[in-house]
Design a protein. Sequence first.
Length: 185
Amino acid sequence: MVNSPSSAIYAIISLTDQSRYVGSTARLDKRPDEHWRALSTGRHFNRGLQAAYRKHGANNFAFVVLEWIDDPATLADRESQFLANAMRAGHAFNTSTATKVSRGHKLSAETRQRQSRARTGKKRPGFGAKIAPLVSKDYCFISPTGEVVETRGLRGLCDQHKLNVGNMSSVARGRLNQHKGWTRG
């Protein structure tokens, strides 16, 4: 029986405009799920891919194996070639042809111990416990036209007036004086 390779060069392709994120992995059984989880929770490290995913939705993206790799040592070189081609064509979410391949890198005992100490005593939110529902706060702002606006939660107000939630939160807490003319009421 021949073992099929688990190393591959892959792409996450936008079906709307054929833009793609190119990557490589030695764990093809796990990597697609890691990408989809990060994208669906809004935490993907590639901002361009995350923005397109938010705009077009999950159904407009596909995970495609571009090439199976027998020797994991060649992953970085092959990934760079596929990535350079995508960037030349103007269809890449990646911003650089530099690849970060760390397969086989062993941490020193000192580094592992330091990381262990850093994690000691830290609680993992939601692990083994129920998470309390979010409770919206009441806010009062003065709009650029001078109107007093009271709202529960920031998301609706910010979406309606095209404001940044983080900046409006900073205005409400007094860290910023104003955002797009909006001030604390």
